[in-house]
Design a protein around this ligand. Structure first.
Ligand code: CAA
Length: 629
């Protein structure tokens, strides 16, 4: 959390600006909102107050918290007051390039050297907006979704010069206000609007071409995506002009397929809402569903092929930002890749090159395999590999898919001769909040046994790897999450990390090895205290009891862990593995047996070339070059 001086500055007190300010203030950040006039500021403040009061009336917010949030927001017409000492400046003014660029020109001399500057544009090019802005490495797009106070999705869009550190800060700031960020390349419509805006347009084309009437298209979309509002109702609520203008903007950038339909244009010009009356026609519904699916799959697979976003983040964005049951790629896998491809191809045959088909989609369809979607990322970094849990919207809860993806990633890293050390961590600011309660709740005892067996299999795989494994824990490591970290050789944690085995509060006991590995790590007495109470401990306390090996400030955790892993990777590989074996097997044995084992393994190291190299290098005062033999 920043100090009082390091506030968040929000430029613009309109719908988006006020929502963004509320989101930051609700997470405990001091916020300064700036707009041109007192009238606009008063309107912004009223919007925030109204939202907060509604939450209080619904019992979702305590009145004291509302007052706290309101008092965290300062309002000003002075740009320099907002910009001075800000940690982050968020531009959220009118969506027009000239207006935004003029503001950036005024802002440029006022921002401090460490301030990050982002634009909340939804449709303009981030690189163009920041052209000429000083320190472009600290600028990016941060696109919030409406309503910004509650919608958890943000798109982070780097400009051509945005630094890695800026991207990491923006990811971490987003998580700290409970948003789910996805990383997106600077391109028309970014990721979500690229398929959502044409989806609305296509609904009007279906009506125009008399494929189906409005109630049928609404029902088709709702069934397909598990939504409560179809495209026409959504346009009525959010405004037909917005749908029209967004399609026009995309059309200008991406060509004729994206232009607004004649019917959408007509409705916009009439200034009337869509009339949604009558029952859905079952005879037309399947055709409408197939067509809408074709649009989503066709565009989403293209944007992934173009490198705009990953398939996983595209799906996540659709689920979180649009509240869809599934994203386009999970939908494709549900439909079957051949059926999905056929729907895309139908639209392609109508529009030709204006609606190109992704060659990756064609390949996946030919193989009739599902589009690969993973919840665990494997990133190799020289001699070390990061295995990153990537299900941030469920705090990396370990469902069967995550466990299987984890197993695959661990096996791949373990079998790569170039990888010497594995780091087990997460793409977000939480390690893992446990086994997946939503998946477990309906399990029969037999199904639960299969699930627990899977958990044991994966964690035992990690526990018994020859290569060292380090768990790098930020945020929550609860239940199965803590058990997973215990399967690593040791745990490095951020000072804010929260560790615990809360299973007894759910009516179960730790089932992924927690009763055994925790007791062995910290002793039965302390383990029982944690397990029987189900309470969490903070990382410093966990460190004092030997559960965590070392703690670091959150912002340094991954860098420190990397350095430590590189140090281990620089040591003689055979010696590292034998030392690990000596500890792991010795600790389970009586001391004389452990000592005998150590003697044997130590003697064995004298047969290795690495020993000769290590000692020779020492005597010659140079760095050893180990071969791992
Ligand atoms: N399973 C499934 N979903 C989970 C989850 C879990 N273990 N932990 C968090 N989530 C989901 C939440 O349901 C929520 O989803 P929605 O947005 O769709 O509602 C999302 O992650 C974010 O979580 P919260 O809104 O709850 O976040 P918070 O910051 O308010 O609270 C928390 C964080 C205290 C960790 C809270 O999420 C929590 O208590 N989670 C459950 C922790 C737990 O009991 N773990 C043990 C599981 S049992 C187990 O692990 C058995 C075993 O030994 C193998």
């Amino acid at each position: 959390m920043p100090s009082q001086k390091e506030h968040i500055a929000v430029l613009g007190a309109g719908n988006m600006g006020s929502g963004i300010a509320q989101a930051f203030a609700s997470a405990g950040y001091p916020v300064v909102v700036r707009d041109l006039t007192e009238k606009e500021l008063a309107r912004g403040r009223e919007t925030i107050e109204r939202n907060l009061n509604r939450s209080v009336e619904r019992g979702r917010l305590r009145p004291e918290k509302r007052d706290q949030v309101l008092s965290a927001i300062e309002f000003t017409t002075e740009l320099k007051v907002a910009a001075k000492n800000a940690r982050l400046v968020i531009e959220a003014v009118f969506e027009e390039e000239k207006v935004k660029k003029t503001l950036f020109a005024e802002l440029a001399p006022l921002v401090g050297e460490k301030t990050l500057v982002v634009t909340n544009t939804s449709s303009l090019s981030v690189s163009h907006l920041f052209e000429g802005f000083p320190l472009p490495e600290r600028c990016a797009g941060l696109h919030f979704f409406f309503p910004a106070s509650v919608n958890r999705l943000v798109e982070i869009i780097p400009g051509p010069n945005t630094s890695k550190a800026t991207m990491e800060s923006l990811l971490s700031i987003s998580y700290s206000i409970k948003k789910i960020p996805i990383r997106v390349r600077d391109s028309p419509g970014f990721c979500i609007n690229r398929f959502f805006v044409p989806f609305l347009n296509e609904a009007t084309r279906l009506l125009e071409d008399k494929v189906a009437d409005i109630p049928t298209i609404e029902a088709a979309a709702n069934e397909l995506l598990g939504t409560k509002m179809g495209p026409f109702e959504l346009m009525n609520v959010t405004g037909i002009p917005i749908a029209y203008h967004s399609n026009s903007t995309l059309g200008k950038a991406l060509g004729k397929y994206y232009h607004p339909s004649a019917l959408l244009k007509e409705q916009f010009e009439k200034g009337e809402k869509w009339k949604i009356e009558g029952e859905a026609n079952p005879a037309q519904k399947e055709a409408a569903k197939g067509h809408l699916a074709g649009v989503l799959l066709g565009i989403a697979s293209r944007l992934v092929e173009e490198g705009v976003a990953t398939a996983e983040e595209t799906d996540r964005g659709a689920r979180i930002g649009l509240a869809w049951r599934v994203g386009p790629f999970s939908l494709l896998n549900e439909m079957g890749t051949i059926s999905g491809y056929e729907q895309v191809d139908k639209i392609h045959r109508h529009w030709g090159g204006a609606f190109p088909v992704s060659s990756r989609l064609a390949e996946v369809a030919i193989s009739n395999e599902p589009w690969p979607l993973t919840t665990v990322r494997l990133e190799k970094d020289g001699p070390i590999a990061w295995i990153l849990l990537d299900r941030p919207d469920a705090l990396n809860a370990l469902n069967s898919k995550v466990l299987l993806d984890l197993e695959r990633a661990v096996k791949e890293a373990a079998s790569d001769a170039g990888v010497h050390v594995l780091l087990l961590s997460s793409t977000s600011n939480n390690f893992a909040a446990g086994a997946d309660i939503a998946e477990m709740v309906t399990k029969t005892p037999a199904e639960s046994l299969a699930y627990t067996t899977l958990g044991h299999r994966v964690l035992s795989l990690i526990d018994t790897l020859e290569k060292p494994v380090i768990a790098v824990v930020d945020g929550y490591a609860l239940g199965g999450g803590l058990e997973l970290s215990l399967s690593a050789d040791f745990i490095l944690a951020s000072e804010e990390a929260n560790l615990g085995l809360p299973e007894v509060s759910l009516g179960i006991i730790p089932g992924f090895g927690g009763t055994q590995r925790l007791a062995r790590r910290i002793g039965d007495s302390r383990a029982k205290l944690m397990i029987l109470t189900g309470t969490h401990v903070r990382a410093p306390e966990a460190c004092a009891m030997g559960l965590v090996a070392r703690t670091y400030p959150a912002e340094k955790l991954k860098d420190e862990a990397r350095e430590l892993a590189l140090t281990i990777a620089s040591r003689a590989p055979v010696a590292v593995r034998l030392a690990k074996d000596a500890v792991d097997f010795g600790i389970e044995a009586p001391l004389p047996s452990g000592l005998a084992l150590e003697k044997q393994l130590a003697t064995y190291t004298f047969t290795t070339e690495d020993l000769r190299e290590g000692m020779k290098a020492y005597l010659e005062k140079r760095k050893p070059e180990f071969k791992g033999r």
